[in-house]
Design a protein around this ligand. Sequence first.
Ligand code: 5GP
Ligand code: MN
Length: 328
Amino acid sequence: MTDSSHHPFTPPPELLDALSSARRPLLIAHISPDGDAIGSLTALGYLLYRMGKDPILACQDKAPATFNFLPFYDRIVQNVDSERPDLVISLDSSDPTRMGGIYEEERFGDLPLIVIDHHVTNVYFGDINWVDPQCVATDQMIYYLTKALNEPLDETLATALLTGIVTDTRGFRTYNVTPAVMHVTGELIDAGAPLAMITERTLDTRSMALITLWGRALDTVELADGVISAMNTLAMRKDLGGIIRAEGLVSFILSAQEAKIAAVFTEMPDGKVECSFRARRGYDVSQIALNLGGGGHPPAAGCTVEGEIHAVRRMVVEMLKEEAKKKK
Ligand code: 5GP
Ligand code: MN
């Protein structure tokens, strides 16, 4: 096991060595992929391909069509049934369960596993772990990796790199956005990344089904003691053509002036409830998510809890109220 005690923003040398000697690396983005999962998957996949390697890009769940402008979007597989890889790289995942069904221990357990991630709740489950919670996105880390490999940026790579930075910062609105992030962003735009197009496609485009679901979920909104929450039930979305998550809703309800912490509870067909948390500056939802078997960042985290949705909401909201009480 290695740690991140090297200089910040620099990948550990053994990671560079492992990448250089790999011929067919298997890249895995996390389940229910977001812009940073798909952005870092396609950025690293494209970079390694450009370096003459034969990467496999994998994600258990289908990448949303929102991201179909990214390189190799069409090459992302949901099953690895091709030639055996010689290295495994986990992207944007804080624990091994986030890799979902792609990481089959019996098939890939003997291969070296590299973890590249920016979650503060990362459990260091790789043989080589490059974990940097100071980075706003795993994509920001892949930018530093590109530099460390002395590889040039091009428009395609820059577009994939900027996507995760834009989505994980919600368009540069989160308080972890530093001058360093803006500097990287400037370089990516210089290399041809279309910032306005990425922002419009990933943050400002929604299906009518999603807007309808937001409306129904907003009917359940409640605010008490600084915690605002809403439910997304199976019944609410049964006529909405397969949509599951009320994407973006949790950030929206946090905009209530009285709210310190927001939560959206999504009822799943398997009897579980997906919980999505957001916190204003000074409050930390990552540890509550971690305690409930999930993970994330201080201002944005999540977990999946077994139980009936109303009961889960009641129980979890009480935990969130404790955090919202903390005088900031
Ligand atoms: P979202 O609310 O957008 O689904 O997730 C917010 C953050 O929490 C993301 O960084 C995501 O990776 C993390 N997260 C959400 N759900 C889970 C979960 O079930 N397990 C873990 N480990 N992290 C989660
Ligand atoms: Mn991320």
